[in-house]
Design a protein around this ligand. Structure first.
Ligand SMILES: NC(=O)c1ccc[n+]([C@@H]2O[C@H](COP(=O)([O-])OP(=O)(O)OC[C@H]3O[C@@H](n4cnc5c(N)ncnc54)[C@H](O)[C@@H]3O)[C@@H](O)[C@H]2O)c1
Length: 245
């Protein structure tokens, strides 16, 4: 029960890493506000964690402000935030339309900014609050074809450093950089991919396999619990050993 009594907002909690995090956090005693643009998915996660589902579009300021106020009202405050909502995009720069670029930046970078800013007064009011932003190994060691995704996640990494500095010592803010994780996002990305390309991709990871979302959730739990009490502004790679070599 490492999160007993904690009140935690998780964006992107309808699916994948966000959902696995909500389920793990609930088992550790937390109350959860499940924020996502997918209403049915958010309802399903909320049901499984006895939490509150709140529909949000993290790109939209008003939607985010309202969702955070609803979350705080439902839980009586907020003392933890996990920004897991995100989208993938893979194309060479020459085939990346301005609309693709703007959509990915809006969701992956502007989204966490809006959510952190809206939650900040609640987090500062609570004792020992935490933020975990989910970036990617692509923020550290990008692939060809990942220009806007890698830029959005590298931007998130530096945004988190400023956030950690501005909120210290009251609130801690850290980043997790996952490698390749078995979620609907990856399934969609891989659907048209040649098996040889998939095998070559897996080969880049020292552990030679994808992660399960629960393995990323375990790192997010560590950064949300007091076990990481001396960490802020840090980047924790949970990437099967792709980016260290
Ligand atoms: N799966 C991977 O291999 C992988 C690797 C590295 C990083 N990540 C990052 O982890 C995070 C979670 O990814 P996942 O694999 O669980 O993906 P996922 O597609 O399973 O879940 C993402 C969730 O974000 C929600 N979402 C998307 N746009 C939104 C918006 N505008 N407003 C609110 N919610 C929105 C979706 O509805 C979905 O429920 C993302 O930030 C992703 O970039 C994933």
């Amino acid at each position: 029960m490492r999160l007993k009594g904690r009140r935690i907002v998780i964006t992107g909690a309808a699916s994948g890493i966000g959902r696995a995090t909500a389920e793990l956090f609930a088992r550790e005693g937390a109350r959860i506000a499940v924020l996502d643009m997918n209403q049915a998915g958010a309802d399903a996660t909320a049901k499984s964690v006895s939490g509150t589902a709140i529909v949000v579009d993290v790109r939209k300021e008003e939607s985010v402000n309202q969702a955070i106020e609803k979350a705080a009202a439902a839980m009586g405050g907020i003392d933890g935030l996990v920004n897991a909502a995100g989208v993938a995009f893979h194309a060479p720069i020459k085939d990346t339309a301005l609309s693709d670029w703007q959509r990915v930046i809006d969701i992956n970078l502007t989204g966490p900014f809006l959510v952190c800013r809206a939650a900040m007064p609640w987090l500062l009011k609570a004792g020992g609050a935490t933020i975990v932003n989910i970036a990617s190994g692509a923020a550290l060691l990008p692939f060809a074809g990942s220009s806007v995704y890698a830029a959005s996640k590298a931007g998130l990494l530096n945004f988190n450093r400023v956030l950690a500095k501005e909120l210290a010592p009251t609130v801690r803010a850290n980043v997790v950089c996952p490698g390749i994780v078995d979620t609907p996002m990856l399934t969609a990305l891989e659907q048209d991919r040649d098996p040889a390309v998939k095998a070559a991709t897996a080969d880049l990871y020292a552990l030679k396999r994808k992660a399960q979302p629960e393995e990323i959730a375990a790192a997010i739990l560590f950064l949300t619990s007091v076990e990481s009490s001396y960490m802020t502004g840090s980047t924790l790679t949970v990437d099967g050993g792709r980016t260290f070599h």
